[in-house]
Design a protein around this ligand. Structure first.
Ligand code: UFG
Length: 329
């Protein structure tokens, strides 16, 4: 049985569905502070007796022990975290406690219960400002916000746990995750939305809503920030390959997950107008604090070592996100 923390969230819920489709049995764990109970209900509907759910918090050790006492866990895929860069600057304590302390509690319980394999949701934010692009895994790691720092700390803790307790981890450093389940069962749903694609699409759905574009004066092809958008289903495929890698090689490793290609915010906006067939109200705002100009992944290592191949385009991601957004209206 595979334990998925953060199973009620955007990426975790896609992972549950993919594992279930591959025949795995899954236990989901989530405190529902960001994730939604409606998502859990959907997963239960599709998973039937192959999916169990425990509502609990990684800051409460008894909640974690409950999982290991009730189920025979073979490996963990750990998504549960707070992940908003801006919020992490305003409230670093929340991020260090939830992300670092919560993960430490999880790792301790794993070791105690002799579960020694974990796939971890890390981030491009561990690299900080890009010194060169595309960013490979050897790029210096100088995170410039508490969110990125919290994820880097966890990666370092995992290295120490490998040396001391033989706990093996695969850390996946995501670039910008986009899109939704093709069948619109789950998708990107944040109570307060800060991400680009859902925000543009919300403005497309509601003509009274204006999309605010942060910064038109970056040193990029059209003056707006460039990001590497990786489709959520492709991203999850890499998690399953990482799980298989851990089972086969029993060794720690880390990989970037991106497409090797960058798109500007304006390009994303234009593509959203094309896909939705709507004219979207656009307002140019000043730069958002902490946004680097360009982030593009080099994904060669994941391709070579995991045999991963991202298949979906930005068009596919926006299209599925749009279908999901409409289904929630
Ligand atoms: N943007 C807008 N308007 C919006 C939302 C976003 O113009 O309403 C712009 C941002 O300024 C940025 C780009 O769109 O230039 C992408 O912004 P997102 O918020 O969608 O994504 P980020 O690149 O800021 O963040 C993502 C992940 C983080 C991760 C980070 C790594 O969401 O979890 O990449 O750098 F930490």
């Amino acid at each position: 049985m595979i334990l998925i923390t953060g199973s009620a969230g955007y990426i975790g819920s896609h992972c549950v569905l993919a594992l279930l489709e591959k025949g795995y049995e899954v236990v989901g764990f989530d405190n529902l502070s960001v994730g939604h109970i409606e998502t859990v209900e959907k997963l239960k509907l599709y998973g039937k007796d192959k999916f169990k759910f425990i509502q609990g918090d990684l800051l409460i050790e008894n909640d974690i022990q409950k999982i290991f006492s009730n189920y025979k866990i073979d490996a963990v895929i750990h998504f549960a975290a707070f992940s908003l860069v801006g919020e992490s600057c305003l409230n670093p304590s929340k991020y260090y406690r939830n992300n670092v302390v919560g993960t430490l509690n999880l790792l301790d319980k794993m070791v105690e219960n002799n579960v020694l394999k974990i796939v971890f949701s890390s981030t491009a934010a561990t690299y900080g400002e890009a010194q060169y692009v595309p960013i490979d895994e050897l790029h210096p790691k100088k995170p410039c916000n508490p969110y990125g720092k919290s994820k880097l700390m966890i990666e370092e803790i995992m290295d120490d746990f490998d040396k001391a307790y033989n706990l093996k981890s695969v850390r996946l450093r995501y670039f910008n995750v986009a899109g939704a389940d093709e069948k619109t069962r789950v998708g990107e749903w944040h109570t307060t939305e800060t991400h680009l694609i859902p925000n543009v699409l919300k403005s497309a759905l509601n003509e009274n809503k204006t999309f605010n574009l942060f910064g038109y004066d970056y040193d990029t092809k059209d003056g707006t920030c460039v990001r590497d958008y990786i489709n959520v289903e492709d991203l999850i495929e890499a998690h399953i390959l990482a799980l298989e890698y851990l089972n086969k090689f029993e060794t720690t490793n880390f990989f970037n997950l991106g497409t090797n290609e960058g798109n500007s915010v304006k390009e994303v906006f234009d593509l959203c107008e094309k896909i939705t067939g709507k004219k979207i109200n656009l307002n140019i705002e000043k730069r958002r604090e902490g946004d680097p100009a360009t982030l593009i992944a080099k994904n060669k290592k994941a391709k070579e070592v995991l045999g991963w191949e991202p298949r979906k385009t930005l068009y596919d991601s926006i299209k599925s996100a749009w279908e999901y957004e409409k289904s929630r209206k």
